[in-house]
Ligand binder design. Sequence first.
Ligand code: CA
Length: 189
Amino acid sequence: MMRAVCIWGLLLLLSLSLGWTKAQGTNNTRPVFYCGGDLVADSGFIGSEGFPSFYKPNTKCTWRITVPEGNVVTLSFRIFDLEADSQCRYDYLDIYNGYSNLVQKLGRFCGTFRPGTQISTTNTMTLEMVTDGETQTRGFLAYFSGTKPYTNAVMLSLSDELTPPSYFPMSKGIAQTSSPSNGSGLPQT
Ligand SMILES: [Ca+2]
């Protein structure tokens, strides 16, 4: 009887300590960014190795994003800071429309100008970051999410409609004719 109690006590202690260590592991909310990897999720953050610390020289990191089947990958950059060059010859980030670097390239990016939102046509997207031996900066931080293809189409067409047409300037003349001018010349005494 005494032995049974001891075993149960031991098991309880064991499960508590296991639960505690597990909680410690998951409580760490700040994500750690590695050089490449497979990201399979509905959504999440992706960043250059060691972000927000400076990235490393002479590296080539490849990330593959996979969102649920039937969705497309929408990638929006929060921070972008790679060594600047007009032709992105030194450090750059390539984004591919699929699960490898052999498919259509959506773009090559470098410098500090934040790229626009990247959207794939399937549920996968590949990012490849290459750095040379000199000059490192902060790198990038982006948020990816799986979205329905038609949602993106609606959003894009909406944003087109909301953009005011540039061929219709708001001239000052129109504003002046609409301002009230009645009562002028008639003193209220
Ligand atoms: Ca560099």
